[in-house]
Design a binder for this molecule. Structure first.
Ligand SMILES: Cc1ncc(COP(=O)(O)O)c(C=O)c1O
Length: 436
């Protein structure tokens, strides 16, 4: 395969054989990838600022991970953990119990996708508390399966047309300071958005009927919204007082992305349950639910699991990924990447009024585009144009946000300074061309 005509032919075969509902950000068809670089079948090279939407923190095909996968594939591919146990599942559970924050005994369940892990986290919290209600957030994203979608707080493209959704989900605003839902300003607001939780208890359901609160430490799909200091702590405090299980969804923020193994460590939070996915196994399908031993052990024998859950090849990959993050300097590199990119973006800000806000935590970076800095009218169409123009010039980058007006970067943490520089210069050209 190779060449533009093959791209077109494959594109046509894709259209014929795969539902249109599965979105493609670009028409790119890949031939190979390494580190933070991708090559398509026509031989064009791209810098990858999208990182498989945050699933490639250790980069494309890192050697140690590939070797572990090869070694495991030759031993056995699958047994079903219910039928025959294997050491990689146990070793990974032990590792996650050690690295997830919290000075208390923990246990870990493995699953296949982020959504499946979220569903399991909620199931376990409900079983443990014997309560039905769940608190979720405006702009939150937790996946596309029914319960995960019920928690997700964005109508298009995720929810429209797919109802009815699960019941007993109560929603509160997130600490989105650039567009404060309460029209206040930090810190004088005293984090009243977190107190909204008490409003749920007054207006919708008492805490005696709420099992868990599911929160992203930084909104990912919601537009890289980094909450101010103290916000998660305040939510966690209310949950502890009211015996509500605090679930941190770190599917996107975890595994070194934000400069620490888990983003909740930036605010000193020890969640009762922490959910991981995406980068956990370097791009293989694997997710995990790690939580307090007594919570995780609540469901009866046979109440949890799945045929392919905790696949041994994926477990071996995950052990290597974690060793790379723990042993290398990738988490501190995430901090450097964040500063470097933010510096570059701040320079663009002076020239391009379309830039409304720049947000980042480590290498999770968002650039919110607006038609008018005063009114903050979202520049949704222009954001789509910037992402497209980046692609045409050789930079892969995604967008997110409640108004789909945030250019989002989740580059592999192995990216070089040179690649960052090249990527930023493409982004600058795309912004210049998209001025309004
Ligand atoms: C915070 C968060 N939770 C859950 C999910 C769902 O993960 P998956 O797509 O693997 O089901 C995502 C995916 O983007 C996510 O960002």
């Amino acid at each position: 395969m190779g060449g533009l005509s093959d791209m077109e032919e494959l594109g046509e075969r894709r259209r014929e054989s795969i539902p249109r509902g599965i979105f493609n950000m670009t028409p790119l068809i890949i031939s190979e990838a390494k580190g933070a670089r991708v090559k398509d079948i026509a031989g064009r090279e791209y810098i990858d600022f999208a990182g498989g939407i945050g699933a490639l923190n250790v980069g494309h095909s890192p050697t140690a991970v590939v070797e572990a996968i090869r070694d495991q594939a030759e031993r056995y591919l699958h047994t079903c953990f219910h039928l025959m146990m294997y050491e990689p599942y146990i070793a990974l559970a032990e590792t996650l119990n050690r690295i997830v924050p919290g000075d208390f005994p923990k246990k870990t369940l493995l699953a296949n996708s982020g959504a499946e892990a979220v569903e399991n986290g909620v199931k376990i919290a409900r079983y443990f508390t014997k309560k039905p209600g769940i608190i979720a957030f405006d702009g939150g994203y937790h996946g596309r399966t029914l319960l995960a979608l019920s928690l997700t707080g964005k109508v298009r493209p995720y929810k429209a047309g797919f109802g009815p959704f699960g019941s007993e989900v109560y929603r509160i605003p997130y600490a989105y300071c650039y567009r404060c839902p309460l029209g206040m300003a930090y810190p004088s607001c005293d984090l009243q958005c977190a107190d909204y939780l008490r409003g749920v208890f007054r207006l919708h359901a008492p805490p005696q009927e709420i099992a868990a609160l599911v929160v992203e430490p930084v909104l990912g799909e919601g537009g890289v919204v980094v909450p101010p200091r103290g916000y998660l702590e305040k939510l966690k405090g209310i949950c502890s007082e009211e015996e509500i299980v605090f679930i941190a969804d770190e599917v996107q923020t975890g595994i070194g992305r934000t400069g620490k193994m888990f983003a909740c460590q930036h605010q000193g939070i020890e969640p009762d349950i922490l959910i991981m996915g995406k980068s956990l196994a370097g791009g293989l399908p694997l997710s995990a639910v790690t939580g307090r031993g007594e919570i995780m052990d609540a469901p009866h024998v046979g109440g949890l699991g799945g045929t392919l859950s905790g696949n041994p090849v994926a477990c071996r990959a995950a052990l290597e990924v974690i060793a790379m993050i723990e042993g290398g300097a990738l988490a501190s590199r995430a901090l450097e990447i964040g500063e470097k990119v933010a510096d570059g973006l701040r320079k663009f800000e002076e020239e391009y009024p379309i830039i409304g806000d720049i947000r980042w935590l480590g290498a999770m970076i968002g650039l919110e585009l607006v038609r008018d800095r005063r009114t903050k009218e979202p520049a949704t169409r222009e954001t789509r144009q910037v992402v497209k123009s980046c692609y045409e010039r050789g930079l892969l980058i995604t967008r997110s946000g409640a108004f789909s007006n945030v250019v989002r970067a989740l580059m592999p943490l192995v990216i070089t300074d040179e690649e960052i520089g090249e990527g930023l210069s493409i982004l600058k050209t795309a912004l210049r061309e998209t001025q309004i």
